[in-house]
Ligand binder design. Structure first.
Ligand code: NAG
Length: 309
């Protein structure tokens, strides 16, 4: 599917319930590359006659906006410098080589830190009674959100609105476990295992051990989100409670990049990272790919076949 097609497909998907007249959509995006992918879709929805409001923190990385939709900001306490520092630390950690399991621990720690820094903005949203009142009175039909920091999902529960995820993925296999997609450990390699779908016995054992960790490390990673949602919704909330009611999961990846696996009917693969920017790939990328397949990595024929199929 071409990238342009996938954008059209997403907007058709989102518009189906309101073909006859435009709906009112609240968009709760994420900053950075996540927004680059989402912006095209949001613009298209607006062009198709929907009233779109994008909710952003007052202090944020610059998010290019257009006349196509309305932007509503809310006050936050953090400075841009705090956001920058947390992100810089996160990137530095990725560039530092450490042996296992120190690398995994460092990655976990840096992720928790970056998460809690950015999640501070969500806490500020729920402190702004004025913004919440405005959002409640606006009579939105649905929320479209990039759920990585969970803020859009919490807001949707708070406002009792249906919500659509536009996302790349959650850690801990959460998008598949919360949606109850079958996820057999013998065939589906867990994140960070670097296994393929053809695993030896010991790789399967490794996969099982990782999946046991998955039961809990997301509760730590998303701890603050769970705390805030319990506070806002006045009841105990689990991660599954929070994300499983999503009406549609628009998944910004493709089967060929992942492993073929069963998913629920409301999960749609749209491929691409930045849709609608359909410039052809530079020749060099094919040359590099060829080299990778023949040369330095010395892939066996079997591995090549696996990579292609
Ligand atoms: C939103 O407004 C309605 C009616 O004005 C009210 O009943 C409801 O409690 C409000 N919801 C929130 C979350 O404030």
């Amino acid at each position: 599917m071409s990238l342009r097609l996938s954008c059209a497909w997403i907007s058709i998907l989102l518009i189906l319930p309101g073909l006859s007249h435009g709906g009112k959509l609240l968009v709760v995006p994420m900053v950075g590359s996540h927004w680059l992918s989402m912006q095209e879709v949001v613009e298209k929805l607006s062009q198709r006659g929907h009233e779109v409001v994008v909710l952003v923190p007052e202090v944020s990385w610059q998010m290019e906006t257009t006349q196509a939709y309305k932007v509503v900001t809310y006050p936050v306490r953090q400075t841009l410098e705090e956001l920058d520092n947390a992100f810089r630390e996160y990137v530095t950690m990725h560039l530092t080589q450490k042996p296992f399991p120190l690398n995994a621990l460092a990655m976990y720690k840096a992720s928790v830190h970056v998460f809690s820094t950015f999640f501070g903005q969500c806490k500020d949203l729920f402190r702004s009674q004025e913004t919440l009142r405005f959002l409640n009175q606006s009579g939105f039909d649905a929320i479209l959100t990039d759920p990585f920091f969970m803020c859009g999902a919490i807001l949707a529960h708070h406002l009792s609105l249906p919500f659509v995820f536009f996302m790349r993925g959650f850690p801990c296999n959460l998008h598949f476990s919360a949606s109850q997609s079958p996820s057999p450990l013998s065939y589906i390699p867990r994140l960070f295992s670097f296994n393929s779908d053809r695993m030896t016995f010991f790789q399967r054992v490794e996969n099982t051990l990782i999946s046991l960790l998955e039961l809990d490390y997301c509760n730590g990673l998303f701890g603050q989100a769970l705390e805030l949602s319990s506070e806002v919704l006045q009841r105990d909330v689990s991660l599954t409670d929070l994300v499983s009611p999503a009406a549609i999961w628009i998944l910004r990846f493709d089967f060929v990049f992942e492993y073929v696996r069963p998913v629920m009917p409301n999960m749609v693969f749209v491929g691409g990272i930045n849709c609608a920017k359909e410039k052809p790939l530079p020749k060099i990328s094919f040359m590099l790919f060829d080299r990778l397949m023949k040369g330095p990595l010395n892939l066996t024929n079997k591995a090549k076949n696996n990579a292609i199929t």
